[in-house]
Write a protein that binds this ligand. Structure first.
Ligand code: 6R9
Length: 647
């Protein structure tokens, strides 16, 4: 094992940050010993129409799972994200939009956002949308995506955003499950110079799903798309016919805000339901403290609004805090591998939040595309979505952040609504690859297979002992599935599905989904650990590791390895990599099989689909399951052919 390097809080952070280690410790202690007092105070960060008298009312009892926060208070999310800022920051930029083409950008002030959201809300009302109705949003990364979400929130409609990369079938399934009769889409999307036929997809989905009586079409590329009379309306045309004045609906704290579909390990996607008051309080507090957001900062989260990260940390958290949030339509490598860094220089971005998969891809392109930019505005870097291997972390820190910017490695899930385990930049010493410590109100527990919490340094399944305000409330339309998935494996606690290690300093290291943990000759190994070792090799760009049945050891280690461009697969290199992993982790971690793979099967959000890799490793080619959600399904054929050829 290589020794872990520790990064102290930089001197200038100690002076400017909201929190240092002492204040973190004190607030954390209060948050878990007196949750009613702590969250009762924190909830005042948003405006309430009618104040709440109760704070926490939650039960993890599997016979009666029920989660309520601030339940008798009333408020409105759009009021908090827009209207209440008008008096003090009406002319401040709320959204900076950077288009796919570097020549396209837009700035929208809070005043303009207010007018646009009110107008969009009136368009929805004109089409018969009422409080509680579900509205499906299938848009590219254009400001209208945020506007449409906030318009729903304004009138109490429940949005279901579907990522623009999803197929008509996936979209249809979500429309059907949510029983949504209104779909908001665009003529086409634009990403990396390529057009995405969103309206055509929405048409196909509507035909399949049935029950859709309105499709609102935002013009993005001005492509001529078929419009079905009576059902389809252009947003700009109908917007002219409504007023820009729309009062906010008074919403109960526990009224639904949105549904967001997420894949589980089995079965169809689950509709994760988030509600109003607790979600907004939680995204606001985490956005402020995790990113140390101060007035005037320019903040950029590169996620798509189709994922929870886009909901919580492009739209709701930042706007609740009166921030300037950047929305990016494009991709990291268009028109060149310098794009992220050029956008940072162009808009003087101070806080930058992205995913390890993007970092690794850019790392593969070398330092030059980064180093030709200044990035002097940058102060803080963030990571989310998967464990970040120390190699990528170090590169992000050294090359992107010029050894100057702390990295917040934020662990959370669609289900958690906001960040649960994370460094705070002025308070937490960093260890590359560790999400470090719990946020306020979060009590992580590592449990053994029998479900008993383990104390001290240990490894096991990650559970959370008690509720926090941003937690999902149910699976839309299927509360039993909610109970089964999250509260039955380990009774009395929320089960995250992740494996985790806690070190001697109480730092948490997420080892990957528990179903990705392999057991080799009685030794438990995180696939992420082996992957991290492999990608630390200078010739390796990416690696995915799965278990496969092994006669002697029970499970063997099967590694799919993508080489850096210019590197050729060879038997020598195979042996070199096995020796390398033995050296990095130990002999128990030696890969039994290394298959060189030009590409790995990834979802459109960049997560490697291990289910498919496991099947290929097990020689179960006939049973690969659904590959339709992959970014590039042809990758699978290559893997299968090479697997068969190597037998
Ligand atoms: C926000 C988001 C959730 C799963 C989660 C875990 C993995 C997310 C991570 C991380 C290690 C981090 N994950 N952040 N693993 N370190 N900083 O990604 O939500 O798409 O629902 O994924 O992603 O496995 O359980 P979601």
């Amino acid at each position: 094992m290589t020794t872990v390097k520790v990064y102290d809080v930089p001197g200038e952070w100690a002076n400017r940050a909201f929190l240092n280690d002492d204040t973190y410790q004190a607030m954390y202690h209060r948050s878990v010993t007196d949750p009613n007092g702590f969250w009762g105070e924190q909830a005042r960060r948003i405006d309430w129409f009618k104040p709440f008298t109760k704070v926490k009312n939650t039960s993890y009892d599997p016979h009666n799972v029920s989660i309520k926060w601030f339940e008798d208070g009333t408020t409105n999310v759009a009021h908090n994200c827009i209207d209440r800022h008008l008096a003090t920051r009406g002319d401040q930029v709320a959204i900076i939009w950077e288009g796919d083409d570097p020549k396209d950008d837009r700035k929208i002030t809070y005043k303009e956002l207010h007018a646009e959201v009110s107008r969009f809300a009136n368009v929805l009302k004109a089409r018969g949308v009422k409080k509680g109705d579900r509205v499906t949003i299938y848009l590219p990364m254009i400001p209208e995506a945020a506007v449409a979400m906030l318009a729903c929130a304004r009138i109490g409609a429940v949005h279901s955003v579907v990522f623009g990369g999803f197929s008509p079938d996936s979209l249809a399934g979500r429309i059907e499950d949510a029983k949504s009769s209104v779909v908001i889409t665009a003529d086409e999307g634009l990403r990396g110079g390529r057009k995405v036929p969103l309206k055509a997809n929405a048409d196909a989905a509507a035909t399949r799903a049935g029950g859709v009586d309105t499709i609102v079409v935002v013009r993005r590329t001005n492509a001529a798309v078929p419009m079905q009379a009576g059902r389809d309306v252009y947003y700009d045309e109908i917007a002219k016919t409504v007023s820009a004045d729309c009062p906010c609906e008074e919403m109960g704290a526990e009224d639904p805000l949105f549904i967001l579909y997420t894949s589980g390990s089995t079965g169809r996607p689950k509709g994760v339901l988030h509600t109003t008051g607790g979600y907004l309080v939680y995204t606001s507090i985490t956005h402020q403290y995790v990113f140390d957001y101060h007035d005037g900062d320019i903040y950029w989260c590169t996620a798509d609004v189709g994922w929870v990260t886009g909901h919580s940390y492009i739209v709701y958290g930042p706007l609740a805090n009166g921030a300037t949030t950047l929305m990016f339509e494009g991709v990291p490598n268009y028109p060149s591998n310098s794009r992220f860094w050029e956008v940072i220089d162009k808009h003087k971005v101070n806080i930058f939040y992205t995913a390890p998969t993007a970092i690794r891809a850019l790392m593969q392109a070398g330092d030059a595309p980064v180093k030709k930019t200044s990035r002097e505005s940058l102060r803080l870097l963030g990571s989310v979505g998967e464990p970040i291997n120390p190699e990528a972390w170090e590169w992000y820190h050294r090359v992107v952040g010029d050894d100057r910017c702390p990295i917040v490695d934020t662990w959370w899930q669609t289900e958690t609504g906001g960040i649960l385990i994370t460094p705070l930049p002025g308070a937490t010493k960093l260890k590359p690859g560790s999400a470090t410590r719990p946020f306020f109100g979060v009590v992580p527990q590592i449990v053994d297979p029998a479900g008993n919490p383990i104390e001290g340094p240990c490894e096991g399944s990650l559970c959370i002992a008690d509720s926090w305000p941003g937690q999902m409330r149910t699976v839309y339309g299927d509360h039993e599935r909610f109970v089964q998935t999250y509260f039955s494996t380990y009774v009395g606690r929320y089960f995250t599905g992740d494996g985790c290690r806690r070190d001697e300093d109480g730092y948490y290291w997420i080892t990957g989904r528990v179903d990705d943990v392999i057991n080799v000759a009685g030794h438990r190994l995180g696939t992420a650990e082996v992957e991290s070792a492999l990608v630390a090799h200078p010739k390796v760009s990416e690696a995915a590791v799965v278990g496969y049945p092994h006669d002697i050891k029970g499970q063997g280690i099967y590694a799919y390895v993508t080489l850096m461009s210019g590197q050729q697969p060879s038997e020598e290199l195979r042996a070199e990599l096995v020796a390398w992993v033995r050296k990095e982790i130990g002999p128990i971690a030696s890969p039994d099989v290394i298959q060189f793979a030009p590409g790995l099967p990834k979802t459109r959000s960049g997560k490697i689909m291990r289910r498919i890799l496991r099947k290929i490793a097990e020689n179960e080619f006939g049973n690969l399951g659904d590959t339709s959600t992959l970014a590039d399904p042809t990758v699978v054929d290559d893997l299968v052919n090479n697997r068969q050829a190597s037998q």
